[in-house]
Ligand binder design. Structure first.
Ligand code: AHG
Length: 282
């Protein structure tokens, strides 16, 4: 798997360069979730496909920007699912964005997820790598290499609250819970990019990120294979938790379709316990 992590480092540098130099216009196409594709989304997808094609252990890839699974090497053992440029609609206002990778073996579900990684393109490039059973590791790009900064561990309770989705479409239970967090002194931190928003909670010690079921999106917005499962592994390995609105660990999810979404909540343990209580989940 180390060759995949090295490829992600190369990909990060190339996508960062594309973000800084490429045309910010839209393509004529839409992705499989019916969203308009920025030229940058498509370019980032090509950069990743080209890099992973050279790695013999990668059997196939699944991209948020592609309709179907693409086989690269019949003899490979890993399936890499990725969101090439998450939050790409924030590039034109110069906010941080990211790439997310889930590395699966045998099955495309939480059980088959063996490692995750994400890159944050912000004032600096940061990379997080997490193997199942091990603490997530943070790297920062400096002097032409990714320097290891250290392990990421969440405290049991944090101070940040990142509530996603349109408030008008939240359920009364969700609205009540989010209001309670603010009454308890939590501070709003939400950019609209899940990578920087979840990264901030991880590095500042804790809090809650939520993207609930809403009246317009009853299954949530965020995709299981590219977004929800990779971050669930990272949050659990960092001593936090990741659940859906029934109180189920997100890592127990088995998508029926590669672009399936799920309501999702990521946070430190105390916030997730309070959330379960508010939602009446076990
Ligand atoms: P996109 O890649 O289309 O910009 O979507 C970003 C995703 C995710 O990164 C973020 O957490 C979420 O959508 C934000 O959605 P809301 O604006 O509905 O909160």
């Amino acid at each position: 798997m180390e060759d995949i992590f090295r490829a992600i480092e190369e990909i990060a540098i190339k996508i960062d360069n594309a973000i800084k130099t490429a045309d910010l216009g839209y393509n004529d196409s839409e992705n499989s979730s019916g969203e308009s594709q920025l030229k940058l989304d498509v370019q980032s997808d090509i950069i990743i496909q080209e890099a992973l094609s050279k790695i013999s252990s990668v059997k196939s890839i699944v991209s948020e920007e592609k309709e179907d699974i693409l086989t690269l090497n019949d003899g490979g053992e890993y399936i890499v699912c990725y969101d090439p440029l998450d939050g790409s609609s924030l590039v034109d206002v110069n906010l941080s964005v990211g790439s997310i990778f889930g590395i699966y073996k045998d099955t495309l579900d939480g059980n088959g997820l063996v490692a995750s990684s994400y890159v944050v393109y912000g004032p600096r490039i940061e990379l997080v790598v997490c193997k199942k059973g091990e603490k997530p590791l943070l790297y920062r790009y400096k002097a032409n290499r990714f320097e290891k900064i250290g392990e990421i561990t969440l405290k049991n309770r944090g101070k940040l609250n990142a509530p996603g989705g349109t408030q008008q479409n939240w359920s009364p239970i969700h609205k009540g819970f989010i209001d309670t967090l603010f009454q308890e002194g939590y501070r709003l931190r939400y950019s609209g990019g899940m990578v920087p928003d979840l990264h901030q909670i991880l590095l500042k010690g804790g809090g809650l990120f939520s993207y609930p079921a809403t009246s317009d999106k009853p299954n949530g917005k965020l995709r299981q294979l590219f977004e929800v499962l990779p971050f669930s592994l990272i949050y659990e390995m960092a001593n936090g938790a990741a659940i859906n609105d029934k109180g189920m660990r997100l890592l127990e999810l088995s998508p029926t379709f590669i672009h399936d979404t799920s309501p999702c909540f990521f946070g430190s343990n105390d916030e997730i316990k309070s959330l379960k209580k508010a939602y009446g989940a076990r």
